[in-house]
Design a protein around this ligand. Structure first.
Ligand code: CLF
Ligand code: SF4
Length: 501
């Protein structure tokens, strides 16, 4: 039996050291303007805004058993993998090219392929160049936390409002099974002692960030048999310490990636296991459910990656050399007539329309189900969407499905289920089999279009397909389909009319 010498975090430290006395920030965009346009920190914002990762951080100071950093492998798409490493100046060139093409761009992140703070000089030099030229873009940093405490002041001084710490355990005995070693102050330490060093640094870094009013997201990798039964405790501790969001991501452990876990046959969690864990943590809004586990050089809307288009060899010649003496302006919305500013005006209008449609759909659902009370049946419905909050994606092009529960509690977003797209030079029964596994427990799929064969395969698996509401807002379509099905089954007598909000 495993000894547990470390007392639980977040509950038994002296009151004076704890940060849970103050209410945690509210992740809804309207309540904290810093997240309104951040596609990861706001589920709503990811329908409209894009992120760009710049791969300037090759080295790492720890070894996770789920990681094997490789370069020049364009066939892989998973965190920690990139096609080319960039210098800060090259990163700026790339940002200029993407910003010119992509008005949806709102965030520049450094998420590897190693650790942003194991490469602190390069990461901060890059952020300085970008901050000086693009004061309206948010800066976002992702780290394992080992070197975090000493860098919090610099993070603050550069106006980096968003920091992610990947923290998989608050118990060093569990951490010892996840990390092979930790290199701290010139010494490599493995086992429980290494995991304890990492945990101490992560918690100290988290506390300092919260004190500095920087929004912290904690990412945890769900690893069956290691920390799956422990992540509820991680969630409790990090929220008590003031983390803004917790993002639980499924382990990726394909043996072909050559990671320690992959080679040892460590299994990945199923979509149902991940959803069950997320559901068990409650609905207080501080759980991220729409993560797409991006590559460290991903570019575009979440779930999209147009990074290859912006490989250095494809960039236009860049006349303007970065000026390292240019003063760093504080982060601020652009006042110039840039494509981003014009896009923001369109989004503001679209958001108002969307919110009215969402409220009307919720009201229609409530009216229809009110007579049934808590006994109203719920349906689980998967949606194919490219963004804009609309039903606008072909089934065969979907790399992920947004899953909602529609019932007496209203419209509950359960999260995203990732798949390999069905259409890839034709469909494939093997890919369909994996998609059906990912859609376990789903009653219906809503998409823009679908081919005959996948339609039949879904029907044979008991999953209805609806394309009638193509182009509509997701919530409008969800409620219309759910109420039609409930009326057909006799659960409700009729479908009440939708009243525009
Ligand atoms: Fe990138 Fe991460 Fe910033 Fe987002 S990703 S550094 S917080 S801008 Fe987002 Fe990608 Fe999930 Fe990360 S979907 S892997 S949570
Ligand atoms: Fe890989 Fe990131 Fe872990 Fe370093 S911290 S080993 S880059 S997953």
């Amino acid at each position: 039996m495993r000894a547990k010498a470390t007392p639980p975090l977040g509950s038994d430290r002296p009151e004076s050291n704890r940060t849970d006395a103050a209410p945690a920030p509210d992740p809804r965009p309207a309540r904290d303007p810093r997240v309104a346009n951040h596609p990861c920190y706001s589920e709503e914002a990811h329908h409209y805004f894009a992120r760009m990762h710049i791969a300037v951080a090759p080295a790492c100071n720890i070894q996770c058993n789920y990681c094997n950093r490789k370069y020049d492998c364009s066939n892989e798409s998973r965190p920690g993998v990139v096609s080319e490493r960039l210098t800060p100046e090259q990163a700026l060139r790339k940002v200029r090219a993407v910003a010119a093409d992509l008005p949806q761009l709102s965030v520049i992140g450094i998420a590897g392929p190693g650790d942003a703070l194991a490469n602190a000089a390069r990461s901060f030099a890059t952020f300085r160049l970008i901050r000086a030229e693009f004061p309206d873009l948010k800066l976002c940093l992702s780290t394992n936390g080992l070197a975090l405490p000493e860098h919090v002041e610099t993070v603050k001084s550069l106006g980096i409002d968003h920091v992610t710490i990947t923290l998989n355990a608050v118990d060093p005995d569990i951490g010892a099974g996840i990390y092979a070693w930790v290199a701290y102050k010139g010494r490599r330490t493995d086992g429980r002692a290494g995991a304890q060093i990492l945990l101490d640094q992560q918690m100290e870094g988290l506390r300092r960030l919260v004190r500095a009013d920087i929004l912290v997201k904690v990412n945890s990798v769900m690893i069956p048999g290691h920390n799956d039964g422990h992540l509820a405790e991680v969630n409790r501790v990090v929220k008590a310490e003031g983390a803004f969001l917790h993002n639980i991501m499924p382990l990726i452990s394909d043996p072909a990636h050559g990671t320690a876990f992959g080679l040892a046959g460590q299994r990945e969690p199923s979509a149902a296991e991940l959803a069950a864990l997320q559901d068990s943590l409650g609905e207080d809004g501080r759980l991220m459910r729409h993560c797409r586990q991006c590559r460290a050089d991903a570019v575009g809307m979440l779930g999209e990656d147009s990074g290859a288009r912006y490989a250095l060899a494809n960039l236009p010649p860049d006349a303007a050399a970065p000026d390292p003496s240019r003063p760093i302006a504080p982060a601020q919305p652009t006042t110039e007539e840039t494509p981003r500013a014009e896009y923001q005006a369109v989004v503001d209008q679209e958001r108002a329309d969307y919110e009215a449609a969402r409220q009307a759909a919720e009201a229609q659902l409530r009216r229809a189900l009110a007579p049934l009370g808590a006994a109203a049946p719920a349906l689980r419905i998967a949606v194919c969407s490219k963004g804009g909050g609309r039903l606008n994606q072909h089934f065969g092009h979907a790399r992920s499905f947004h899953v909602y529960r529609v019932g007496a509690e209203g419209l509950v977003y359960e999260g995203v289920r990732g798949v390999d797209r069905y259409c890839n030079r034709g469909g494939s029964d093997q890919r369909m089999e994996a998609i059906l596994q990912a859609l376990a427990g789903v009653d219906a799929v809503l998409c823009q279009r679908i081919g005959n064969r996948p339609n039949e395969q879904l029907a044979a698996a008991g999953i209805a397909v609806e394309t009638e509401h193509a182009g509509a807002y997701i919530e409008t379509a969800l409620v219309a389909v759910a109420l039609d099905r409930l009326a057909e089954s006799g659960a409700i007598a009729s479908v009440p009319r939708a009243i525009p909000g």
